[in-house]
Design a protein around this ligand. Structure first.
Ligand code: SAM
Length: 231
C-alpha cells in the first residue's frame, strides 16, 4: 500500500454502510442514469469478461452482468472489504448476481493477468487513486488488445450553482446523514483537485489507449472517458 492509501481505505470502511443511501441523496438518483449511460456507451457484448475496478458496493458490476449474460463474467475488485461485503450481499439477491465475483485487490497492482478482460470499467474510482497514471497503466495491462476501458467520474461542472452545491451542499448532506462527515468534505475537495477531462484523456493515451473519447453529462458534473487498447 502506498502513502495516502490507508486513509482512503479507512474512509471507505467508515462510510460503507451508508454509501448507497448518500449516493442516492447527493445525486438525487442521477448516479443510476450516469451508470446506465456509461454502460450504453461501453456496449459490452454477451459473453464478454469485464473487470470493474474500485467496484465498491457493486452497482456497476451488477449492471454489467445484465449485459454480458451467463456466458460472460464480471469481476469486481476493491481494496475495502466492507464495501465488497455489501456488493456480495446485493449480488446474492440480484437476478444476474451469480455472474459477478468480487475480489479484494488494489487498483495500483491488480492481481490479474495481462490481456485478460474484454472491457475494464471504473466508476467514481479514478479520483480516489493515489497514482492515477499507475492505475490507468494497470487497467490497460489487463485489457485484451482492442479491449475497451471506461471511466465514469465526477468533475467540476460549468454551472456555478452546481459548483456551489458541490462545495457547500455535499458537505452539509454529509454532516446531516453520514456517520463520517469528513468523507464528504473530502468528496467535494477531491472533485476540485481531480485533473480536468483533457488531462485524464492524455494520461489514458500515455497508458496505452489508442483513442480516448470524452462525454460530459449534467453540465460536466459527470464525465465518461472511453478508450480502446491498441491491437
Ligand atoms: C466512490 S467509491 C465508488 C464505488 C463504485 N465504483 C460506485 O460506482 O459506486 C470508490 C471506491 O474505490 C475504492 N478504492 C479506492 N482506491 C482503491 C485502490 N487503490 N484499489 C482498489 N479500490 C480502491 C474504495 O474502496 C471505494 O470502494
Amino acid at each position: 500500500m502506498i502513502e495516502g492509501e490507508g486513509s482512503i481505505q479507512s474512509m471507505f470502511t467508515r462510510v460503507a454502510s451508508r454509501y448507497d443511501l448518500l449516493n442516492n441523496l447527493m445525486s438525487l438518483g442521477a448516479h443510476k442514469r450516469w451508470r446506465q449511460a456509461a454502460v450504453n456507451m461501453l456496449r459490452p457484448r454477451p459473453g464478454d469478461l469485464v473487470v470493474d475496478v474500485a467496484t465498491g458496493t457493486g452497482d456497476m458490476a451488477l449492471l454489467l452482468a445484465g449485459r454480458v449474460g451467463p456466458e460472460g463474467g464480471v469481476v469486481g475488485v476493491d481494496f475495502c472489504p466492507e464495501m465488497l461485503a455489501i456488493a456480495r450481499r446485493k449480488a446474492s439477491s440480484h437476478p444476474q448476481g451469480h455472474i459477478c465475483s468480487f475480489i479484494e485487490g488494489n487498483a495500483l497492482g491488480l492481481d490479474l493477468p495481462d490481456d485478460y478482460a474484454d472491457c475494464v470499467t471504473i466508476a467514481f474510482g479514478l479520483r480516489n487513486l493515489t497514482d492515477i497514471a499507475r492505475g490507468l497503466g494497470e487497467m490497460v495491462r489487463i485489457l485484451k488488445p482492442g479491449g475497451k476501458l471506461l471511466s465514469l467520474e465526477l468533475s467540476v461542472p460549468q454551472p456555478s450553482w452546481l459548483q456551489s452545491y458541490l462545495m457547500r451542499g455535499i458537505p452539509w448532506l454529509g454532516r446531516r446523514f453520514s456517520s463520517h462527515p469528513p468523507a464528504y468534505e473530502y468528496l467535494a475537495s477531491s472533485i476540485f483537485n481531480h485533473p480536468p477531462p483533457e488531462e485524464i484523456a492524455r494520461l489514458g493515451k500515455e497508458a496505452g489507449l489508442a483513442a480516448v473519447d470524452c462525454h460530459q453529462l449534467y453540465g460536466g458534473l459527470a464525465v465518461i472517458h472511453l478508450g480502446r487498447k491498441g491491437s
